[in-house]
Each structure stands twice: as structure tokens, then as C-alpha cells.
Design a protein around this ligand. Sequence first.
Ligand code: FES
Length: 106
Amino acid sequence: MSQTRRLFVCTNQKSGVGDDVAKALKKELKIQGLKKLFTGGEKQRVRVQTCNCLDLCKQCKKGPGAALIVYPEGTVYGNVRPNDAAAIVEDHLGRDRVVKRLLLEE
Ligand code: FES
């Protein structure tokens, strides 16, 4: 059975950085060949989706980056910029390691 992993990126900033983050994540998934993963013997698809607000607005409206949540694990990242996409894809999705410098404690 396959499972879908989703990255929800807030695009509610005036700067529009969330759209750029989402594009950068999609590009990195392609470059790193991780659109489809095998984790724990299971096939996984990874989808990047944009959304209006994740109720983490301090992380979106005051900093230069965007907030995003990775499901199903529910990891929350803040102040994510397009050049952070490679680390999120490689470490979080590829190696199951949280990117600590972007992690938000709720
Ligand atoms: S504006 Fe991005 S989380 Fe609310």
C-alpha cells in the first residue's frame, strides 16, 4: 500500500516567499529523485501543497521566510526560504532527519 507525504507551505505573506519555497521544494524533489520514496518497505509519494495560513503567522509575516508543516509526522518549520529547500528534501525526506535550525517548537 502506498502512502502520501505532504508538505503544506503557507503562501499568505506579502512578499510571496511561500510560493517560491513551494517551487524550490518541488524542484529539489525532482533533482534529488525523491518524489517517490521507499521508507520502511513502503512506497511513499511526496506532494508539495500551498495553503493560506497555518496559524504560525509570526513565522511568516515578521521574518523573510515561510512556515511549513510536513505530514503525516506534523513537523513544523518556520522562516523557511527557497534556499532551505535542498536541506528539507535531503535531510527530512531523504534521511528522516529533522532540520533543527528551522524547527519550530510549538
Ligand atoms: S500567515 Fe503564514 S502561517 Fe499565518
